[in-house]
Design a protein around this ligand. Structure first.
Ligand code: BTN
Length: 335
């Protein structure tokens, strides 16, 4: 970690009392002048650090400053194995997924950006599944794309989406003590409303015909944003913390999601499917299926009965037969 990161971490841990320049210098193993320089850079990045009369420093105000360093600080603390991964942050971008796709296509050596992240404070053309728009306002949400490129290639893209959903649920439980639920296949719900979505896109290798890398795009609403939440949208979309006054820390959330998503891909797939099912709120419910492939796109009713080892949704039709859904959209049946 850089001196600046260590200084920030120490000040963050001591928000109630000032930390002297001397202690900071000792803990960072640098001169006091180097500490002063680190504090200056942090202030330029937007951190409010007050210098006290006896030569101490204290971090004030809202700590929710969007910065590469703050994201990397969380990642290195919780997932040190990924701490050297590639990162690009933007205050505004069209879409982090679109940018990641372009980056992959122009990067000759994928190992340089493998496990990397592209994240932005706001997106002007955020994309959701099935060609939908993903509204991405600044300050109240996080928008990130993880570049996943295992050496052996990707054979089951649906599992990446499903396991990323589990990763998001774990992080939300850990940071916000909420009870997240998954609506097959990629929607995360808290208190009955969608608060996050995942858009997984693959980049194909035309020589092998396989998917070489995947971009896992994640958008999460942390707080309600009155600018976008009109009464109609509010019926279905929400946020983790609603309209609470709670201070948020977007960089901590991004760092945790990034590390947890990468590390979950190393876990046992069967255990993860079990965990996915535990978070799923569709099983046992009557649903409406909206097919997206095939000639017949008519909507039909079914009962969700299980999720298989490939994250397919097993449904029972009204005639008693069963069917496995590998794509499409489902909604809860409204009588
Ligand atoms: C959905 O709910 O349909 C999926 C939403 C995915 C949104 C994220 S935000 C970061 C990344 N960039 C995009 O343009 N989309 C994904």
């Amino acid at each position: 970690m850089s001196t600046k990161d260590i200084v920030l971490e120490i000040l963050n841990q001591n928000i109630d009392c000032p930390t002297s320049g001397e202690i900071l210098a000792q803990k960072c193993n640098v001169s006091r002048a180097a500490v002063w320089k680190a504090v200056k850079t942090l202030r330029e990045q937007g951190y409010k650090i007050e210098g006290t009369t006896n030569g101490g420093y204290i971090l004030l105000g809202n700590k929710d400053v969007f910065s590469k360093d703050a994201i990397l600080t969380t990642l290195s603390k919780s997932y040190p194995q990924y701490s050297n991964s590639y990162i690009e942050t933007f205050s505004q971008i069209d879409s982090t997924n679109t940018y990641a796709k372009q980056l992959i296509s122009k990067t000759a050596d994928i190992t340089k950006i493998r496990n990397g992240i592209i994240t932005a404070e706001t997106q002007t053309a955020g994309r959701g599944r099935l060609g939908r728009t993903f509204v991405s306002p600044t300050k109240t949400g996080v928008y990130l794309s993880i570049i996943y490129a295992p050496e052996t290639g990707i054979t089951e893209p649906a599992l990446l989406t499903a396991f990323s959903a589990v990763a998001i649920c774990r992080v939300l439980k850990k940071l916000y003590k909420v009870e997240p639920k998954i609506k097959w296949i990629n929607d995360i719900f808290v208190n009955g409303k969608k608060i996050a979505g995942i858009l997984t896109e693959g980049t194909a290798n035309f020589e092998t015909g396989l998917i070489d890398s995947a971009i896992i795009g994640i958008g999460i609403n942390i707080l309600d944003n009155p600018e976008i939440l009109n009464p109609e949208i509010s019926k279905i979309a929400g946020s983790i913390l609603g309209n609470s006054e709670q201070e948020i820390n977007r960089c901590e959330l991004i760092g945790e999601i990034w590390g947890q998503t990468l590390s979950i891909f190393e876990e046992n797939p069967m255990d993860l499917i079990k965990e996915y099912k535990e978070y799923s709120f569709l099983i046992g419910k009557t649903i409406q299926v909206h097919p997206i492939i095939g000639d017949d796109k008519s909507v039909y009713n079914a009962t969700a009965i299980d999720i298989n080892e490939k994250a397919g949704l097993i449904v029972k039709l009204e005639d008693g037969s069963t069917k496995i859904l590998n794509s499409g959209e489902v909604s809860l049946h409204s009588n």
